[in-house]
Design a protein around this ligand. Structure first.
Ligand SMILES: O=C(O)c1ccccc1N[C@@H]1O[C@H](COP(=O)(O)O)[C@@H](O)[C@H]1O
Length: 220
């Protein structure tokens, strides 16, 4: 039984403290310069120290080179690496071997056939993250867009697969998402913000409360 709640894209000590105080199991730091949630290595280092021993620290990378991976490990010392680009199964395995710590691969879902993309990664990663596919417009972020996919598509998922659900979750819909898809974990970024990159303390607390209650109900 996992029932993990991840708050992603934290970039200030104050909002990180709110997430930790509200009981987040995982906190995510984005290393992707085009994102409004990007943290420098220096800030990431400080935030990671603040979270040490209180929650699992996740570093989010997008199609990183070896040097990007090494710098993130050195500065943030994460408990888990989230790969949120178009990394192949071979590249994911290479990074996992390099970092010698758990890796979570994000996959975009828009239609039933997208679930087939899971198979080549199964066995080679520690966790799968299912997110909506990014919008097709130029310059769109590969994630963190606040877009949900049709959760009913997961009716066709092999239930042996343990996954984290993300994409457009917020305090109002996370309970329904957990009830319908029965994920092992949930992840949110823009749904707990008041504007791009601006985490909202009340929304973080409301999300964690709603997710915790829904996970508890799912086991009755
Ligand atoms: O949060 C970002 O800025 C980000 C940038 C690049 C790739 C992924 C990103 N975030 C991840 O996207 C999903 C969905 O986010 P949202 O809740 O829909 O905003 C989530 O897993 C974030 O970790």
């Amino acid at each position: 039984m996992d029932n993990l709640i991840k708050i992603c894209g934290l970039s200030t000590p104050e909002t990180l403290d709110v997430a930790l105080g509200a009981g987040a199991d995982m906190v995510g730091f984005v290393r992707f310069p085009k994102s409004p949630r990007h943290v420098s290595l220096d800030l990431g280092h400080k935030l990671s120290l603040q979270a040490r021993g209180r929650a699992q620290r996740v570093v989010l990378l997008v199609n990183p080179g070896d040097e990007d991976v090494a710098q993130a490990i050195e500065a943030l010392n994460p408990d888990l690496i989230q790969l949120h680009g178009s990394e192949s199964p071979e590249r994911v395995a290479e990074i996992r071997t390099m970092v010698k710590r758990p890796v979570m691969k994000a996959l975009g879902i828009a239609e039933a056939s997208d679930l087939q993309a899971l198979q080549p990664y199964a066995g080679g990663v520690d966790r799968i993250l299912l997110d909506a596919k990014p919008p097709r417009r130029a310059g769109a972020l590969p994630g963190g867009n606040g877009i949900a996919f049709d959760w009913r598509l997961l009716n066709g998922l092999d239930r042996k697969v343990s996954f984290m659900l993300s994409g457009g979750l917020d305090p109002d819909n996370v309970a329904e998402a957990i009830r319908l898809t029965k994920p092992q974990a949930v992840d949110v970024s823009s749904g707990v913000e008041s504007g791009p990159g601006l985490k909202d303390p009340a929304r973080i607390e409301a999300f964690i409360r709603a997710a915790r209650t829904a996970f508890a109900a799912a086991h009755h």
